[in-house]
Design a protein around this ligand. Structure first.
Ligand code: NAD
Length: 526
């Protein structure tokens, strides 16, 4: 198929709901005449009225000139028959998320539009290959997956089905750029990029809630401290548990019930009970939410640690270096640096405050007991040194001013003294310590490791490139970084070890290491 140039060409948008209306606006603002069609009589005209109101409010806020608003509005033409758009070279469907409806629409469009016209689908979960199936020219069907709200969200996943012609995907890629979007290529697989890689962000928190590791506000505070704009619980409340559960279920089923994606009983109960989140005023939280002074809800230790005899900082990575800097700045005593150590953290006399490597504190303590060493072990969660330093300089409305929530856990059988001292040391270092039950990988460590693993698997299966995955997660769901960017500051071996440690506790398929990550870990050994 020859490559089309679609700049300024008329476009047909089918489905004038939330997404179709947004797509029509973006296309018109980029200069295309847009035909807008909806099966429900009057819906396209209603969408145009709403668009006029949106454009007027943009003009009132000074974000759009009056002329640009008028030009945009004039370009959108609601139509009552698809045949009125019979000459267009590009149709984008944003109708109901149903395979039969989409296939039937594609057949109608194929018989109506020129032979070289591109048929794009905004489906968020249906196989592009399946939507194209049965057409005379399936090679011209491509996914053009926008994110809501379309005018604001930069990401477009350009999704190729098995038969999609490369030049068709390239044309849509170039067109998305022309529309001011950031396109990334994706292969038609369940969840494409964003909806697939994001699953562990919800799943790990839901799993921890199920095993009573902490309250929703605690887990939310820890992940926000790691840079995520919203914690998973408040995000699921915003998305709606019905929608979020349906996406998880569809990814799970589409992967032939791969246990890696198994949905959560906690979320199913919320859906069954009609506690859908903000839209029902009740999900994990009640809405409107009361102002929360201490979002973690945990009583942080504020005592000064008992003066130790000997302190040493172990490890030689950015977190160990940051701990040493914090200790120098916040504690008057002398300490040793042990760079060539097989763990990261601080040894205080014989007790150890260790960065989570995926193992439970109790398992590390048991191993130490076998070596006749102290079982006073606590593990703390992964943190971003740059964010933590910034927080210490900036008072925050949600945490103790200037402190980021940091999860920790103490080993079963640790002395009462150490159970009191461990949070006091984290407090001294400038964190707000929040205690979880002794779960492997705490919350941030296991969530980041699982997001990286899922992204690695997506790359391994040719769904996207590492750069595409990073762009998709940052632009599609506002992650503070991309999974491969996190990996660049970590190590594939360390991430694999965390997953292996999680697998040792839980068993099953959920934490199996991606072959891509295994290969990367092998390549790190010099
Ligand atoms: P919506 O319910 O707001 O709008 C769908 C519109 O399509 C309705 O106006 C309906 O009358 C119309 N319609 C249904 N069947 C039709 C047909 N056969 N022909 C013409 N019009 C028809 O839905 P939405 O949220 O805009 O979603 C539309 C598509 O975009 C779905 O495939 C959805 O999965 C996808 N999507 C949605 C989001 C989101 O956040 N809402 C994000 C990305 C992708």
């Amino acid at each position: 198929m020859t490559r089309l140039t679609l700049e300024q060409a008329p476009v047909l948008v089918v489905g004038a709901g939330i997404m179709g209306a947004g797509i029509a606006q973006v296309a018109a603002q980029a200069g295309h005449p847009v035909f807008l069609f909806d099966a429900r009589a009057g819906a396209a005209a209603e969408a145009k009225s709403k668009l006029l109101a949106t454009l007027q409010s943009l003009v009132a806020k000074g974000r759009l000139s009056d002329q640009a608003a008028q030009d945009c509005a004039a370009k959108v033409e609601p139509i009552s028959e698809l045949a009125q758009a019979s000459g267009v070279q590009l149709a984008i469907e944003a109708i109901v998320e149903n395979l039969d409806a989409k296939q039937s629409l594609m057949r109608s469009l194929e018989s109506l539009l020129p032979a070289e016209a591109i048929l794009a689908t905004n489906t968020s979960s249906i196989s592009v290959t399946a939507i194209a199936s049965g057409l005379q020219h399936p090679e011209r069907v491509v996914g053009m997956h926008f994110f809501n709200p379309v005018p604001l969200m930069k990401l477009v996943e350009v999704v190729s089905g098995l038969q999609t012609d490369r030049s068709v995907a390239e044309t849509i890629f170039a067109l998305s750029q022309h529309w001011g979007k950031v396109p990334v290529y994706a292969k038609s697989t369940p969840g494409f990029i964003v909806n697939r890689i994001a699953r562990p962000y919800y799943a790990e928190t839901l799993a921890l809630l199920q095993e009573q590791a902490a309250e929703p506000a605690v887990l939310d505070a820890c992940l926000q401290a790691a840079g995520f704009r919203m914690g998973p619980c408040e995000l699921m409340d915003l998305i709606g548990h019905d929608t979020n559960f349906a996406v998880t279920q569809s990814v799970y089923e589409a992967n032939f019930f791969d246990k890696r994606y198994v949905p959560s009983l906690v979320q199913r109960e919320l859906v069954a009970g009609g506690l859908l989140g903000r839209k029902t005023s009740h999900g994990f939280y009640r809405y409107p939410r009361a102002a929360h002074s201490n979002s973690s809800g945990s009583a942080a230790a504020t005592d000064t640690p008992f003066p130790p005899t000997r302190v040493s900082v172990h490890g030689n990575d950015p977190i160990a270096n940051d701990l040493a800097t914090r200790l120098s700045a916040r504690w008057g005593g002398v300490f040793e640096r042990i760079l060539a150590s097989d763990w990261c953290g601080i040894e205080i006399d014989t007790a150890r405050l260790m960065l989570s490597d995926g193992r439970c504190a109790s398992d590390i303590a048991a191993q130490r007991r076998r070596q006749q060493a102290s079982a006073d072990i606590a593990v703390f969660d992964r943190f971003d040194p740059a964010l933590a330093s910034l927080a210490n300089q900036t008072p925050s409305a949600t945490t103790t001013p200037g402190r980021l929530s940091l999860a920790y856990a103490c080993a079963e059988g640790a002395s009462d003294h150490w159970q009191h001292e461990a949070p006091s040391w984290l407090n001294l270092l400038g964190f707000e310590p929040v205690r979880l039950t002794d779960v492997p990988g705490l919350i941030v460590t296991r969530t980041l490791a699982m997001l990286i693993n899922e992204a690695a698997d997506a790359v391994n299966q040719g769904v996207c490139s590492p750069e595409g995955a990073d762009a998709a997660m940052k632009l599609g769901v506002n992650y503070p970084g991309g999974p491969f960017e996190w990996l660049a500051n970590w190590s594939a071996q360390a991430v694999s070890d965390i997953l292996i440690a999680l697998d040792a506790v839980y068993g099953g398929e959920r934490y199996r290491v991606s072959p891509w990550l295994r290969r990367r870990a092998s390549s790190e050994i010099r």
